[in-house]
Design a protein. Sequence first.
Length: 283
Amino acid sequence: MKKITLLLLTITLLFPAFMSAQTASDSVALANADWNWVRLGKGAKAGYALVPMFGAKMSISIIKYPAKRCKTYIIDAQHPNEGTTPALAKKHKAKAAINASYFDMKRLIPSTYFAIDGKIVGNTKRNETFRTNGYIATKDKKGHQLEIAFTDTTKYGIYPTEYNALLTSGPVLLIDKKVPNFIKEKYFYDKRHPRTIIGYDDKGYVYYIVIDGRFPDREIYGASISEESYISKQLGLTHAINLDGGGSSTAWTKKTGVINHPYDNHKFDHEGCRTVPNIIIMK
């Protein structure tokens, strides 16, 4: 018991709580942010802003594009150590990409359910169930139909026949503009970390969002789950889900390269990309 108490105390000291109620000033700061948009073609664009919110700085990268004019694909790396998000994106001739769901960092294989082309390539591990409560799916190979929803683990087996690709992740951040009730869990849910989000709005745009974190010397800590849900809603999304974060969080476009500041090398630059087993791309 003493060891557990000491461990919890150590975690608390290393990762202090930043829980702060969202205020009108946070909404105004986000609405007034200068994103320095870069046009990517076909109505797509990418931007970055450093926004004063929640008593800190939110370092946010956004890629948004019209689903009818662009295509969305969930990509399986197929082989461990195949590459980082940018490397996989270039291999698949993408115009934009973000990292996808959780994985076993030692074996570099998915640790959540993943089915693609009727083949199951990953299953949700027991230790992922506390956060894996939703899915991202594409219904056909044309890449125009993206769906985000809650999932029931007992129904995983039917998904390969209903969708071309389905990847589970979580927690779900928004469904029909409504914020779900999040579980009370101090480290993953309530602490600030780098985060990756995919979502869409009611105007037909898909969003890739990355929030940098773990740079305390710059007052850039990341976001809690409730904070990233708030950001998603304020940006106009109707549906959104949290993807793998931490050192995996990466937003890339062919035109700009890496937009955010991946944490895997512990430097506030664009070089610290982590090798991942799956990504989500736009063409």
